[in-house]
Ligand binder design. Structure first.
Ligand code: CFM
Length: 546
């Protein structure tokens, strides 16, 4: 075993770093960005306030995606037996072609459309004369070819601009077929400030058109739904393996490796476990209001976090048999985790990481880094809201602006026949008193050390500046950042797609992650790299404004 050489710590002061990041901006831009760059501090009764979920300043190269990406790609992308049809030009449709590494199994029925791209391939003439006829024909063709249970239609920007009525077309086709649910999403890319708006549009329609449509009793004890787990790199498979071993029945995952029937029967579960708070917390609320299912926050990223989440589920059901089985599973799984951890620790402890991902992972992955003795010195979300940073207690304080007003909030009432509180208020209270928190998420800030930098909607310029100034041992973000960071000599790990790795969830995932990060932070290759022109410039130039 080799140990890492003592590394000279890079001295930096967060206030200087922040000033340095803002220095190049015009005053107005700097003022806005200053509210999105936060130096973490522990306040007595509160968390510091950050500006989030606001428009990116035009001209800035954001890491964000669009509303269509959040709806079609994130939420509906991993549903295997729904035909997801993009109404729009083929450019947007290309990104429907499994570019996110959602995994699935084809199941016993073999219904699996995830690796197809369904598109209306809009042309100039469709933009001028309208695309509804073409959409109708495309839905018919998909139906004739596959006879799926459901067809979902997604609007891209031009569809909203020319005003195609996709909902009427969907309704008409649903009535015509009789045995295929057809519904549409007004998720034009410009609809919101980021993909977060797309999650909301997607989840609303899934709730409205599918959830609770199948009352056939389901088998299995200790029935839960796992909300906000998308099976990237097989994470969901690993979590399901653990559930199975514990005897917990996962009725529906929203939406990793999911099927139409899982959503349709999800109202029969007795507990909702929320993994990615950002993308789905409102669905948990709606399921509670309509059907009486309580929810708890869980996290299966990190071995300790996994154990803690399993114990939460067991405590909720309160059955000694389940509690014992969960303890036994943890006891069986942990030795391999500990062995891997002990192996990497001498080489990873004391190293530093930066994490800038969408809305949840920048928080969750800090668990894994902690288990490796590494510190996250800067982190942030692309598109999360203030509650994901500061905790849900800020929810009543959030102002509704023009952009959020654009996104429908559906009014949900208790179902007349099927609303059934799973626990009495006294039982819930007793569980709370025993430490099980319902509807609770504290956000990322309390889990980060004082003096760390938390940055919302980080952009290309700031990312490079940050790396240059703070020199982390690893930078985690997405494909758009990958190569620019590596060119700065710092290893880069994609935490959206996992590069080609994973799973990183659960116990086996933790082991995979330790080994992968150990390999990356101890590889010198990036720092040896110099492009030929950096050593021998053949041409030199200057900007006119310099
Ligand atoms: Fe939730 Fe996600 Fe994330 Fe997200 Fe995403 Fe993703 Fe993500 Mo990429 S649902 S917020 S919209 S945990 S695709 S699986 S990795 S940005 S941090």
């Amino acid at each position: 075993m080799t140990t890492a050489p003592e590394k000279k710590p890079v001295q930096w002061d967060p206030t200087d770093i922040k000033a340095e990041l803002l220095k190049k901006y015009p005053p107005k831009v700097a003022r806005k960005r200053a509210r999105q760059i936060l130096i973490n501090e522990a306040l007595e009764n509160d968390t510091p306030e950050i500006l989030a979920n606001v428009r990116t300043i035009p001209g800035i190269i954001t890491m964000r995606g669009c509303t269509y990406a959040g709806c079609k790609g994130v939420i509906l992308g991993p549903t295997r037996d729904i035909v997801n049809l993009v109404h729009g030009p083929i450019g947007c449709s290309f990104y429907a072609w499994l570019t996110r590494r959602n995994q699935t199994d084809a199941g016993e029925d073999g219904e699996q459309y995830m690796n197809y791209t369904f598109s209306t391939d809009m042309q100039d003439s469709d933009i001028i004369f309208g695309g509804e006829k073409k959409l109708e024909m495309a839905i018919q063709e998909a139906y004739d070819t596959f006879h799926p249970k459901a067809i979902a239609v997604f609007a891209t920007c031009p569809v909203g601009l020319i005003g195609d009525d996709i909902h009427t077309v969907a309704r008409k086709m649903k009535e015509k077929f009789g045995d295929c649910n057809v519904f549409a999403f007004s998720c034009e890319g410009y609809k919101g400030v980021s993909q977060s708006a797309g999650h909301h549009i997607a989840n609303n329609q899934v709730f409205r058109h599918i959830v609770g449509t199948n009352d056939e009793p389901q088998e299995g004890e200790y029935r839960i739904n796992l909300l906000g787990e998308y099976n990237i790199g097989g994470d969901g498979f690993e979590i399901d393996r653990i559930f199975k071993k514990c005897g917990i029945t996962n009725v529906a995952t929203f939406s990793g490796n999911s099927t139409y029937d899982q959503f349709a029967t999800s109202h029969q579960a007795d507990l909702n476990c929320v993994m990615c708070h950002r993308s789905i917390n409102y669905v948990a609320d709606m399921l509670e209001t309509k059907f009486g299912i309580p929810w708890v926050k869980v996290n299966f990223i990190g071995a300790e976090a996994t154990a803690k989440s399993l114990r939460k589920i067991a405590a909720y059901f309160g059955d000694q048999e389940l509690i014992d089985r969960v303890e036994k599973v943890i006891e069986e799984e942990m030795p391999a985790v500990k062995a891997a951890q002990e192996d990497v620790l001498p080489r990873t402890s004391g190293k530093t990481a930066m994490i800038f991902v969408g809305g949840s992972r920048a928080h969750h992955y800090q668990e894994l880094f902690k288990e490796m003795g590494m510190k996250t010195i800067s982190a942030g979300y692309e598109f999360a809201h203030r509650d994901d940073y500061e905790g849900r207690h800020v929810l009543p304080k959030l102002k509704v602006d023009a952009d959020s007003r654009n996104i429908e909030e559906i009014e949900v009432e208790p179902d007349e026949t099927r609303y059934r509180p799973r626990k009495t208020p006294e039982e819930l209270k007793a569980l709370e008193e025993a430490g099980l928190k319902f509807k609770s998420y504290e956000g990322l800030l309390p889990d980060m050390e004082e003096g760390t930098l938390v940055i919302d909607d980080l952009n290309q310029y700031e990312a490079e500046k940050l790396v240059e100034l703070m020199k982390p041992d690893i930078f985690c973000a997405g494909i758009k950042e990958k190569f620019s960071i590596q060119k700065l000599g710092i290893p880069m790990k994609q935490l959206h797609s996992y590069d080609s790795g994973g799973p990183y969830a659960g116990f086996k995932g933790a082991i995979n992650f330790y080994n992968e990060i150990d390999r990356l932070v101890n590889s010198r290759v990036w720092s040896y790299m110099k492009a030929p022109w950096q050593e021998n410039p053949q041409l030199s130039g200057a900007y006119v404004w310099e």
